[in-house]
Design a protein around this ligand. Structure first.
Ligand code: HEC
Ligand code: HEC
Ligand code: HEC
Ligand code: HEC
Ligand code: HEC
Ligand code: HEC
Length: 447
């Protein structure tokens, strides 16, 4: 009797095509990781270096943190636009001016007096902390040409491929692969059918599955040992799942809500190195850290109406970021053209992320100021978070573990000197942990 083995070949082809499909997937997804914006950025830096020697990237950070409150690169703000200022003034003059403009004006320098009067005699603050190299870096940044060609190129790419890498979007490739798989399945089915017809026509006997004497589930049920073992395994898995489910009730680790304004800690606290306490100013002195009022934002955003080209990423375009700043303007009623408030405001309802239950007491100043703990110890790598999320579980176990492991900072704290001495004698240790100071007493954390 001839045996026709087309069934086997069918499964083989299927397995083969699935494995081809899978081995393609990482390739396709891997494309996303190629950074798109690198090239234009380097060009800009190179062009900047041609004018003034200095590190434009370092200069950008300094500019954003010290100068951006009053200067834009293009367009008037409180002070004049600074792009191309090195073409207008020589570097030595600029060094003097930036270090102390008032001194230069008082010395009677004609250029200095002229610009001072032109800007209604608004005094620019002195920056004695800046070294010559710092200033060169800032000037290198300001002499970078406007990155228009880069924008046009990026826009073009986006329109063409959606990726900016010049490749085809991964969605399209996945779609094609899915289509090819579907076609393969259909072809297999048709071939199978035709072969069967041929086989019957030429009198080949098709293998027929012999009926089992007993269905498999019946033999399973008759084997008591197997039934017992499976029941135990099932119970264990269910118990584990239930335990996991109940333990995570009320724990919001990783909670990452969508905020009314897309506010990036990465851009503010990371790239531009704005100190946490600039915005969360009460963390040092009070129980809560608080979210800054929009007035704090406007200290800078009166003159920062849009982000630099280089800030845009694959995920978030410059247009997206600019729209988000526009939302801030709408909320405070700021008209950037007239540089004036309209008086029409609407509140921004930030979604609260970290939230202990009411019966637990947590005090920021005690931890940050007295305990000397960095924000990141509890809140994670905030300066890398494009979107803020809850890093720690905020459970009682989390609090208590840290109190067991962390020593208090007794140095330089007179309040602790006496109690520290007494307690370290009592416990016979050099350093006291928070727990030994009483940080495990229920009433410290529970009202
Ligand atoms: C508090 C606002 C303020 C800050 C902050 C500020 N400036 Fe100024 N700047 C001014 C004003 C206003 C003028 C115009 C002259 C005047 O009124 O003194 C000016 C003028 C200048 C000029 C002269 C421009 C020209 O066309 O000649 C330069 C250069 C300059 N600033 C650089 C800087 C740099 C670099 C920083 C950051 C390290 C900085 N400024 C920070 C307000 C500021
Ligand atoms: C320019 C202002 C600014 C700076 C600088 C800043 N933040 Fe924030 N932060 C905000 C705003 C606005 C929110 C609310 C929006 C959000 O959650 O993203 C926030 C939210 C948070 C939250 C979550 C609050 C909640 O709802 O539970 C934490 C935690 C936080 N910031 C920590 C930090 C740390 C740590 C730093 C320094 C590395 C820092 N922030 C720097 C403005 C700032
Ligand atoms: C100390 C100055 C400063 C303060 C204060 C500040 N920003 Fe910014 N902001 C910046 C700088 C610098 C950029 C980035 C500009 C760039 O990359 O070209 C920026 C960018 C942004 C953007 C676009 C990127 C993003 O994060 O989505 C938004 C939106 C924004 N800020 C909102 C806010 C809000 C809301 C506040 C108040 C809670 C605030 N900013 C406070 C300096 C500041
Ligand atoms: C010992 C851990 C710890 C440290 C250190 C810490 N936080 Fe917190 N933070 C918390 C906890 C816990 C909450 C939730 C408090 C609540 O719900 O009452 C919180 C909440 C917040 C909030 C939400 C608003 C609020 O005040 O409840 C902000 C913003 C915040 N922290 C910022 C900061 C900043 C900025 C620093 C550094 C200066 C910092 N935190 C340091 C544990 C910490
Ligand atoms: C990263 C470590 C850390 C974590 C996490 C932490 N703490 Fe603390 N905590 C400390 C340190 C250090 C001190 C001692 C500060 C000092 O010297 O007074 C302290 C002190 C305290 C005190 C005062 C204790 C006393 O004896 O007066 C209270 C209350 C407290 N923490 C509550 C909490 C709560 C509630 C949580 C959790 C939501 C928490 N802590 C999480 C490190 C931590
Ligand atoms: C270092 C601070 C701290 C100390 C000390 C502490 N707790 Fe808690 N406790 C917390 C926090 C924070 C929560 C909230 C945890 C949550 O929401 O998951 C909590 C929650 C609880 C809960 C609610 C059940 C739960 O896990 O959510 C009980 C009950 C409780 N604590 C009892 C006690 C008792 C009893 C003591 C003294 C032996 C004590 N706690 C000491 C911080 C503390």
């Amino acid at each position: 009797m001839k045996k026709v083995k087309f069934r086997h070949s069918a499964t083989q082809v299927l397995v083969l095509s699935i494995s081809i499909f899978l081995s393609f997937t990482p390739l396709v997804l891997g494309q996303d990781t190629i950074p798109a914006g690198d090239e234009p950025q380097e060009e800009v830096a190179a062009a900047a270096g041609a004018e003034v020697s200095g590190d434009a990237a370092a200069g950008k950070n300094l500019f954003n943190s010290l100068c951006a409150a009053c200067h834009k690169l293009d367009g008037n703000s409180i002070g004049p636009p600074l792009r191309g200022v090195t073409a207008k003034r020589d570097v030595e003059w600029l060094q003097k001016w930036i270090k102390n403009s008032q001194a230069l004006i008082n010395s009677g320098d004609a250029q200095a007096v002229a610009i001072y009067n032109e800007y209604n005699q608004v005094a620019m603050p002195p920056f004695p902390q800046l070294s010559d190299i710092d200033i060169e870096n800032i000037l290198a940044y300001t002499s970078a040409p406007k990155a228009e060609p880069a924008a046009a190129q990026a826009g073009g790419d986006a329109a063409a491929g959606g990726q900016g890498t010049g490749g085809v979007s991964s969605d399209i490739i996945l779609g094609i692969l899915a289509f090819v798989l579907l076609m393969l399945l259909i072809i297999l089915f048709l071939v199978n059918k035709t072969l069967r017809r041929f086989a019957t026509a030429s009198g080949v006997e098709l293998p027929v599955r012999e009926k089992r004497a007993k269905p498999i589930w019946k033999s399973f049920l008759e084997n008591q040992f197997l039934v017992l073992v499976s029941a135990i395994i099932l119970l264990l898995v269910a118990g584990y799942g239930m335990y996991g489910y109940f333990m995570q009730v009320g724990i919001d680790q990783g909670y990452k809500p969508v905020q009314p304004i897309h506010f990036s800690h990465k851009i503010h606290a990371g790239d531009n190195q704005i100190d946490c306490k600039f915005c969360h100013s009460s963390a040092r002195v009070s129980k809560t850290s608080g979210i800054p009022s929009l007035n704090v934002c406007m200290n800078c955003h009166k003159s920062i109406g849009e982000v630099a080209e280089a800030t845009a990423t694959d995920e978030y375009s410059k247009e997206f970021y600019d729209k988000e700043i526009q939302k801030l303007y709408t909320a405070v009623g700021w008209n950037p053209e007239e540089q004036a408030y309209s008086g029409e405001t609407e509140p921004v309802k930030w979604v609260r992320i970290h939230n202990l239950p009411d019966f637990a007491y947590f005090n920021h100043s005690q931890h940050v100021e007295v305990g000397g703990i960095a924000c990141q110890t509890c809140h994670g790598p905030v300066e890398e978070m494009e979107i803020m999320y809850q890093n720690a579980p905020l459970t009682m176990g989390w609090c208590v573990n840290c109190h067991r492991e962390t020593n208090i900072m007794a140095e330089g704290n007179e309040y602790y000197e006496k109690i520290h001495e007494e307690l370290s004698q009592k416990y016979g240790v050099e350093e006291l942990t928070v727990a030994q100071m009483g940080g495990l007493e229920c009433a410290k954390c529970h009202y």
